[in-house]
Each structure stands twice: as C-alpha cells, then as structure tokens.
Design a protein around this ligand. Structure first.
Ligand code: NAD
Length: 481
C-alpha cells in the first residue's frame, strides 16, 4: 500500500523544511511501514501563518454560509468515497479491528456533515435594552475565534482530527492540526483530499511531528487563538501553561477511569457483553473505557466468573482478520506500560482472574485481563488510567455506596449503569459526577450529543450544538435609534 506522506501547509503538500522524518509502525507486527515528515518549529510557524492569512483575508468567511456548508459536505463525500481506504489506514497505524475502524471513519463523516449543517444556523440574539434610558437596537453576532491549533491522540486518529476540524471551520476558524506521532497516516491522506478540495488554501493545515516539538510549537504559538486538545491529562495540564502567553482559549478532552455499575436486577444476558465491550473495545485504548466494574454484592461472584470466562475466549489478532476482537496496543511503549500496571496490581494484592500477559510472537498484544476481589479502591490499577485491556471488578451494596465509589476519582468522563429499574437508573445517573452516563448500554456516541468530562477529564464539550461554542466569540452591537 502506498501511503500519503506529505503535510499540508498553506494549500501546498510539503515534506517539511528540514526533511526530518517520523517512522510509522504496524503495531500488529512491530514492523516499520512508512516514513512521514516530522515537522519542526519553522514548519509549524509556516502552517500557523498560512492559517492566519486565510483567516485575516476572509477567504473562507466571506463565502456564503450555505456555500461553506456545501463545501464541507463535499469534503465528507470525498472521505466517504475513500472510507474503506481510511479504515485500512487506521488498522495498519493503530492496530484496531477493521470493523471498529470502519465505525470510527463513519463517525468522522457524520461529524463533518453535522457541522456542515450548522454553518447556516449560527446566529445571535436581539435584545430590547433599558439601561441607556432610551430606545436602542441591540444584537449579538457570533464570530469565529480565529486560528485554531488542534492536537490529537492515536486511539481513533481520523475521527478525532475531524472532531476538531469540523466545528472549527463551521464556525469560520482556520486550523492547524497535529495528529499523534504514532498514527499520522489517515491525517496525511486527509491532507491529500484537502489539497484537492475547494476549501481555500490555509483553511486547514496538517503538520505531523512529535508532541514535544511540533505540538509544543503549536501550543506556544502567539498567532494561535485557540487550542483544542484530546490526549492525556498530563499533557493537557502542560497546555494550560502553554496557553497562558497569549491567553489562548482552551478545550481539553482528557483521560478517564470510568465506572460501570451492574445492579442485581440487571438483564445479565445484555449487561455482561456490554461490560466486556466497555473495557475491551479497541483493546481498552478508549478514553471512556469502562475500566472499573462494580457489581451488586448478591451477584458479584457470578458476574465476575462470567466476565472472566468470556474474556478468556476473546480472540486477539491482526485487525484485518475478521474474527479478531482485540487488536494490539499501539506501541511497544504502551504495551510495557500496561504490563507494568498488571504487575503492580498483583504486587498490591489484587486477584488476577484471567489474562495479564503479552500475547503472540510479534506485535504489541496484551491478553484481556480481569482483576477481582482484592481490586481495592486504594491501589493503582483502580485509580489510574491504564489505557489498555485491564478491568478491575469490585462489589457494591446500594446507591449511596455507588455514588461514593463512582466519584472517588480525579476523573469524570464516562459511566455505565445496568438495572431493570427505571427509578434506580435515573437516581444513579444523577449521583455520578461524569460527563456521560450510559444506561443499559455503554459507549453510544452521537454527533448531536455533547461529549466531555468533569474534573480532570477535561474542559468544555465537543459534539452537538455545544461543540461549536468554543470556536465562537460573541460580539454585542448597540445602535442608538
Ligand atoms: P498524549 O497526551 O501523550 O498525546 C496526545 C497528543 O499530544 C499527541 O499528538 C502528542 O504528540 C501531543 N503532545 C504530547 N506532548 C505534547 C506537548 N508537550 N505539547 C503539545 N503537544 C504534545 O496522549 P496519547 O498517549 O496520545 O493518548 C492517550 C490519552 O488520550 C489517554 O489519556 C486518553 O484517555 C486520552 N484521550 C482522551 C479522549 C477524550 O475525548 N477525552 C479521547 C481519546 C484519548
């Protein structure tokens, strides 16, 4: 397969000014499959300048909203026409199963279409004001915030890139996006489509490179008005400092340690498969992975046994094999990190029910892993985000205990509740401090619904009507009549 290997800066495909390279691995084999540009500060500066010029010259915002909407929709059609190729790139780059990759590409296409629709629906309000003591005509305008720097992680590469680009350009901003260094291939393929699209030069720029160089250059750049970041909580905190120089607006979608509660009246034939998907989808490399499982005490042992038995039968393999349920972790580093967490769990007294080992002769596979009984709330595997296929199971008694367990974390991204009682479900939903609550399901997402986290899971929301707000400024206009 031939990979796109050029960045997009000011409408031109570019190998970068100094010729630096990143190597890209297939995590299912550990083999290097591509070399792509590694942007330096000068490349990021060129991309930001191109975005700034596009914004200041109003080459995008001077087009009618309906024309912008149509252009965005046609870009979504172009991605859709190549959807299978994009999905395969994600499998090669990230290791995810092909069916999961297809779902993420579909999500990206839907995201572009959702925000294409908002181009024609951005409006302010009018107000009859009293303060001036006489009649005035007062109204607000919604205006783009300016140049956006977007920095994304490796677990759903194209979908996260589009999650940033779509609301930004719908709002009228121009963008420089830096995808994760582990998974740049789909963003570079997107760069090719963008170069041939009717979007103006400089509206969307794509730079590939490492976080400490290209990411940091973007985060610190004085001509970037807003940063939108998805990634780890630690890097998110560093961006708070980086943004201080010119007081960039900042949206952060960060980590999680999401709890799932199974009440004793739950339909276990549905709850158990959903709990398995909650933690093992994308090999646990999901920010809202349901990594803490709480089971009401009377069913605790039975459910732990059933979950562990099912986990043992899950099929690990190359994402291109149709039977594969779990692909590899994204890198050797991530695999080592996960295996170290497993060791720490055993050392701190948790009971390993299944998994816990590297799998296969090559690539970065880790067996689906379940800890039980002694998976206490004060040990690392129950407190820290592992970002791998590791589940800790614990018993709970009632809703009061649910609230205390759910909220005993620095995070607040996802949560799940399985019960056949409507009342229990909604009482519990109100007690959990998290941005997303799934009842009798887990991980459903839709472009019309806001997504984001409480506490150290982030700042702000993506998706839905709320998802465009961080890309807009409000201007108040007063007219003496
Ligand atoms: P990461 O924070 O290491 O990297 C994310 C991005 O930040 C990459 O593009 C990286 O190059 C860049 N980066 C790294 N250091 C930087 C710096 N100093 N300045 C600027 N940019 C820098 O995260 P990751 O390991 O790629 O992804 C996993 C993390 O992402 C997990 O914690 C996960 O929970 C989180 N995540 C959150 C969401 C969400 O929506 N809340 C979604 C997916 C992943």
């Amino acid at each position: 397969m031939k990979f796109a290997d050029k960045m997009l800066i000011g409408g031109e495909l570019s190998g970068g000014s100094a010729g630096g390279k990143l190597t890209v691995e297939d995590p299912a084999t550990g083999k290097i499959v591509a070399e792509v540009p590694s942007a330096n500060e000068a490349d990021v500066d060129s991309a930001v300048n191109a975005a700034r010029a596009c914004f200041e010259e109003r080459t995008w915002t001077s087009r009618l909203p309906a024309d912008r909407a149509a252009a965005m929709w046609r870009l979504s059609d172009a991605i859709s026409a190549d959807a299978e190729e994009f999905a395969k790139l994600e499998v090669i780059d990230n290791g995810m199963p092909l069916a999961f990759a297809r779902a993420t590409i579909n999500g990206a296409i839907n995201g572009l279409r959702y925000y294409a629709g908002l181009c024609t629906k951005l409006h302010g309000l009018t107000s009859d004001i009293s303060g001036a003591g006489r009649e005035l005509h007062a109204y607000t305008l919604m205006e783009p915030v300016g140049v956006v720097g977007a920095i994304t992680p490796w677990n759903a590469p194209l979908a996260t890139v589009i999650n940033k680009i779509a609301p930004a350009i719908a709002a009228g901003c121009s963008v420089v996006v830096k995808p994760a260094e582990q998974t740049p291939l789909s963003a570079l393929r997107l760069a090719q489509l963008l170069a041939n699209s009717e979007l103006p030069a400089g509206l969307v720029n794509v730079v590939t490179g490492v976080g400490g160089v290209a990411g940091a250059a973007l985060a610190n750049h004085p001509q970037v008005d807003k940063l939108t970041f998805t990634g780890s909580t630690d890097v998110g905190k560093s961006l708070v400092h980086a943004s201080a120089g010119n007081l960039k607006r900042l949206t952060l979608e960060l980590g999680g340690k999401s709890p799932v509660f199974v009440f004793d009246d739950a339909d276990m034939s549905k709850a158990i498969p959903a709990c398995l998907t909650a933690i093992f989808a994308n090999s646990g490399q999901v920010c809202f992975a349901g990594s803490r499982l709480y089971i009401q005490r009377s069913r605790y042992e039975e459910v732990v046994e059933r979950i562990s038995a099912a986990a043992k039968t899950m099929k690990l393999g190359n994402g291109f094999e149709e039977s594969t349920q779990l692909g590899p972790l994204v890198s050797a580093k991530q695999m080592q990190r996960v295996l170290e967490y497993v060791e720490s769990g055993i050392a701190e007294g948790a009971e390993l029910m299944c998994g816990g080992r590297q799998f296969g002769e090559s690539g970065y596979f880790v067996e689906p892993t379940v800890f039980a009984n002694s998976a206490r709330r004060d040990i690392r595997i129950t407190r820290e985000e592992i970002f791998g296929p590791v589940l800790t199971a614990m018993p709970f008694d009632d809703i009061d205990e649910l609230a205390s367990l759910a909220n005993d974390t620095t995070y607040g991204l996802g949560s799940g509740i399985f019960t056949s009682s409507v009342s229990t479900a909604h009482k519990a939903a109100r007690r959990i401090r998290a941005g997303n609550v799934w009842i009798n399901c887990y991980g459903m997402l839709d472009k019309s619904m806001p997504f984001g986290g409480y506490r150290q899971s982030g700042w702000g929301r993506e998706s839905g009507l709320q998802g465009i707000e961080p890309f807009l400024e409000t201007k108040s206009v007063y007219t003496m009549l």
